[in-house]
Design a protein around this ligand. Structure first.
Ligand code: PGA
Length: 253
């Protein structure tokens, strides 16, 4: 079966509103008709302007985090409805920087995934092991638990709107990426786990992205793997030319 193929940029805490808009204006004409979906997770402040700049283009704009509550007295937090209102169509949830720097548990991520789905935002749910977990517990044990806890109680119907990103924590921002073979092995395992929790047909259809030091030099090897359905790109998504090489490596190599 053919699965969706997505290249997603995660800008983290970078770019002003005007930088975001000029990036999109430069990117948009070059991604018309490319055989992949192009997602950009931008800072909250740029959401409205980015969504407006991306209108009528294949670029899909989303956010990098949100709160699990519908609304309320939560100073400094942001609700799914506000993201939708600003033009976001998806949201990155459970990114390792949220889990490790801001103490987010899989249980909290699960609440956010439920909220995103019920409000109509497409979640990109991130999972990945630290080096320590890899050595102590093993990759499969860690990921199996992260999948079951972060996606607990999500119905099969809702799962059809979920994207999963495998990002080994030791690869994020470090320049050490998983080899294509390692990524393939882990992705195949995740698909099997999803098959066990829901069913094989759903597992077959779910997009599994790889993230962690993706660069133009390693992108083609990673995306050539049968269970790698796209990439989540941090640092290399900040420069439009570099990001374009990752999106359309056949043309730009
Ligand atoms: P990186 O970040 O590509 O800079 O390693 C990936 C991510 O955090 O999503």
């Amino acid at each position: 079966m053919t699965r969706r193929h997505i290249i997603a940029g995660n800008w983290k805490m970078y770019k002003s509103i005007s930088e975001a808009v000029s990036f999109i204006q430069e990117l948009a004409p070059k991604v018309m008709g490319v055989g992949t979906e192009v997602y950009l997770a931008v800072p909250f402040t740029s959401l409205s302007a980015a969504a407006e700049a991306a209108q009528g283009t294949p670029i899909v704009i989303g956010a990098q985090n949100m709160n699990d509550a519908a609304e309320g007295a939560f100073t400094g937090e942001i609700a799914a409805r506000m993201l939708l209102d600003a033009g976001a169509r998806f949201v990155v949830l459970g990114h390792s920087e949220r889990r490790h720097l801001f103490g987010e548990s899989s249980e909290f991520v699960n609440q956010k995934v439920r909220r995103a789905l019920s409000e109509g935002l497409e979640p990109i749910v991130c999972i990945g092991e630290t080096l320590e977990q890899r050595e102590r517990e093993g990759v499969e044990e860690v990921l199996s638990e992260m999948i079951s806890e972060s996606l607990k109680g999500i119905s099969r119907e809702e799962m059809r709107r979920v994207i999963i990103a495998y990002e080994p924590v030791w690869a994020i921002g470090t320049g050490h990426t998983a080899t294509p073979e390692e990524a393939q092995k882990v992705h195949a395992f995740c698909r099997q786990e999803i098959g066990g929790q829901w069913d094989a047909a759903l597992a077959e259809s779910i997009p599994l992205l790889y993230g962690g030091s993706v660069k133009p030099e390693n992108a083609s090897g990673l995306r050539a793997q049968p269970d790698v359905d796209g990439l989540l790109v941090g640092g290399a998504s900040l420069d439009v030319k570099v990001f374009l090489q990752i999106i359309d490596y056949q043309t730009f190599r």
